[in-house]
Design a protein around this ligand. Structure first.
Ligand code: G5P
Ligand code: MG
Length: 236
């Protein structure tokens, strides 16, 4: 019997560096589960702010708090995001996974350390100027998190998701002012996390301006860590 090895990975990088795009390729190639903290937050906001019942007022307020942080380009408080993400990871205990967008502060990294040991942390290092151009032409399918770009990877039919045919939308936090704030938050709060993982010896950085040029290097790197998709347990 072949023993399936559980793989634990994190993908980091500034907003718009291609974490979602590269994660999609990694999960397809290597059969890992993908968990994006931004997608979890947006799903929670949709669910919570939609509730009208008075007894759920605190839930609605929590949704509004998360939305207001995201819309202003600020990080959601550590305790809220850690609780949401760690709960999802507990449900995926027997799966191999790739975590995208978490941790974003040293406190979040310490919370993650308290529940698992990471095999690798991939850091996408893309210049801020490149990122600003990309985000204004990004379109997303909110229910699935699938990402498009009118220049780089346009949908087959303009404005519609390739898989479901549902309409695409633009994220409220992709305006130039909010993107600048998100990049500032990344510099101040998330860059120290890179140092945290570098000192633990698990960080590998991939530098470039084009995902198609970065991807072969990520692919080769992970290929050595995860030789065959069937050896990885991606099932829940
Ligand atoms: P998110 O949702 O985690 P960000 O800001 O970290 O958001 P984002 O914007 O989702 O990151 P990405 O995933 O790194 O970007 O990039 P992507 O979507 O794959 O690519 C961006 C665009 O570029 C797409 O249109 C893609 O098609 C295109 N593209 C990719 N490669 C290329 C290329 O080579 N060329 C070109 N031309 N285009 C390309 O977090 C959102 C908010 O949630 C909160 C925060 O408020 C955050 O701001 N949040 C947290 N708060 C606290 N702690 C946490 N851990 C939190 N996580 C989320
Ligand atoms: Mg993303």
């Amino acid at each position: 019997m072949v023993l399936k090895r559980i793989f634990r990975g994190v993908i980091m990088g500034p907003p718009g560096s291609g974490k979602g795009t590269v994660s999609g390729r990694i999960t397809q190639t290597f059969g890992l589960k993908h968990l994006s903290s931004g997608d979890i937050l947006r799903a929670n906001i949709n669910a919570k702010t939609g509730k009208r019942c008075a007894t759920n007022l605190h839930i609605k307020e929590l949704g509004l708090l998360m939305k207001s942080c995201i819309d202003q380009g600020q990080l959601v408080p550590d305790d809220i995001i850690s609780r949401l993400v760690l709960a999802k990871l507990r449900d995926m205990d027997h799966s191999s996974w790739l975590l995208d967008g978490f941790p974003r502060t040293v406190a979040q990294a310490e919370n993650l350390d308290s529940m698992c040991t990471l095999d690798t942390v991939i850091n996408l290092d893309v210049p801020f100027e490149t990122i600003k151009e990309r985000l204004t032409s990004r379109w997303v399918h909110l229910p699935s998190g699938r990402v498009y770009n009118t220049d780089f990877n346009p949908p087959k039919i303009p404005g519609l998701d390739d898989v479901t045919g549902e309409p695409l939308s633009q994220r409220d936090d992709d305006t130039p002012v909010t993107v600048t704030r998100r990049l500032k938050a990344y510099e101040n709060q998330t860059q120290p996390v890179l140092e945290y993982y570098r000192s633990k010896g698990v960080l590998t950085t991939f530098t470039g301006t084009e995902t198609n040029k970065i991807w072969p290097h990520v692919h080769a790197f992970l290929g050595k860590k995860i030789p065959h998709p069937q050896q990885v347990s991606g099932q829940v």
